[in-house]
Design a protein around this ligand. Structure first.
Ligand code: NAD
Length: 382
């Protein structure tokens, strides 16, 4: 092969890489042969502040899958931070590995060194496949670690504010759809009774809501049934896909992403969807379809931002009152989004995306206004 062909193939290859990360500021590939660490950190946008986002560990089948995941998730964090009005931007990390075998202290220390190398541009902590304990090791190498156990200065179980946020989301949605924010007198179809779903289910039961629930884990269901007995209440349990066609007023997805899709959307009998699961809509088009069917969708990244609010607050030294106050704001933000969607005849997910993009744009103007006040390094040289 000629030298010029090699060069042109190289340039094409570089262009493909840059086209793919066009929306992102920085993508860092982290390789540590000693510990076997293979990680990717993606920083999507730091207009609002340093990037913040969890670190996920998965045995990705290909590096391509890992790149796709980290790019998509880090962009999502930009919107989530903007919606929650915290001074952070969007970032995320993925470690390619098996959480059951590869989570060694050394690997997380090495990961901490890479995070530290970004010099405060990226803050991270636990996500799927990792636990707060793993990041205690990273914390020995970097001060940019959040969500660690309380004895290390962390703020504790983030599913508590997340569940509270979902409940504020349900109140705002109930008020918009049914005219009253009361939980009682309505039926909620809850998919997933894990850390968040159980707490939401418990609160709804305590406040007079009727429940139809599903979980693939029998223990999770038994635990809720036990709690319902203590409260003198009952719950209806359905299996698998039956949750989508439940006779209910509100669908509360608290398990998987992508659950609003071509296969499920026509089955829904509810008037609203409000839950904690990330990326509930398979595509933005599914948000339009919910809108056309008269089902009010409370955008997931607004509803489930309680956990993010808590970890971002940690950096100012944890304060539960402040976290609660910001989590309550989810209620008002949703009203703003519902009103904007109505006013512009667009879906609520499109209205939420626009709302976040406008917040980022206005911050950009403020940033550049002050950036110009400092002389550049070259100009001050005598
Ligand atoms: P979790 O793992 O504790 O609970 C998930 C539950 O869903 C489990 O009980 C699991 O058995 C069940 N489940 C899995 N597949 C299912 C299926 N097909 N049908 C029914 N149930 C199924 O997770 P979590 O922390 O409660 O989080 C729930 C969702 O909320 C996830 O999508 C997560 O990404 C999102 N979320 C969580 C937080 C948080 O603070 N924990 C914050 C933001 C978003």
């Amino acid at each position: 092969m000629s030298k010029s062909k090699n060069v042109s193939d190289f340039i094409k290859g570089v262009k493909i890489v840059f086209d793919r990360i066009e929306e992102h500021e920085q993508v860092l590939f982290c390789n540590d042969a000693d510990t076997g660490l293979k990680a990717i950190i993606a920083i999507h946008n730091t207009t609002l502040g340093p990037a913040l986002g969890g670190c996920r560990m998965r045995p990705y089948e290909t590096v391509d899958d890992a790149i796709e995941d980290v790019l998509r998730l880090s962009k999502g964090m930009t919107y989530k931070c903007a919606a929650a009005d915290v001074d952070f931007g969007g970032g995320k990390a993925v470690i390619i590995g098996d959480p059951l075998q590869d989570r060694t202290p050394e690997l997380f220390r090495a990961f901490g060194q890479f995070v530290e190398s970004l010099n405060g541009r990226f803050y991270t902590g636990t996500d799927m496949g990792t636990t707060p304990d793993n990041f205690v090791h990273s914390l020995r190498e970097s001060s940019c670690i959040v969500g660690v156990p309380e004895e290390y200065g962390g703020s504790g179980d983030s599913s508590i504010p997340t569940a509270k946020g979902v409940l504020y989301g349900i109140q705002a949605t109930n008020k918009t759809v049914f005219g009253s924010e009361e939980f009682g007198g309505r039926t909620y179809a809850i998919q997933g009774l894990g850390k968040v779903g159980f707490k939401v289910a418990e609160m709804l039961l305590e406040n007079g809501g009727d429940l139809v629930v599903s979980d693939i884990n029998r223990h999770a269901i038994d635990r809720l049934i036990q709690r319902a007995i203590e409260l003198n209440r009952g719950v209806k349990v359905v299996s698998g896909d039956e949750i989508y066609e439940a006779e209910a007023d509100v669908f509360v997805p608290c398990a998987l992403g992508g659950v609003i899709n071509d296969q499920t959307i026509h089955k829904l009998k509810v008037r609203a969807v409000v839950g904690s699961a990330n990326n509930q809509l398979l595509t933005t088009d599914h948000g339009d379809q919910l809108n056309e069917r008269g089902i009010l969708y409370a955008p997931d990244y607004i509803v489930n931002s309680g956990g993010l609010i808590q970890v971002s607050d940690e950096l100012y030294s944890p304060n539960p009152m402040r976290v609660l106050q910001k989590t309550k704001a989810i209620y008002d933000t949703l009203f703003t989004i519902f009103e904007q969607a109505e006013a512009h005849s667009i879906s609520t997910i499109k209205a939420a995306n626009l709302f976040c993009e406008q917040r980022i744009e206005s911050r950009k103007r403020r940033n550049s206004f002050f950036a110009h006040k400092k002389p550049g390094k070259w100009t001050v040289r005598s």
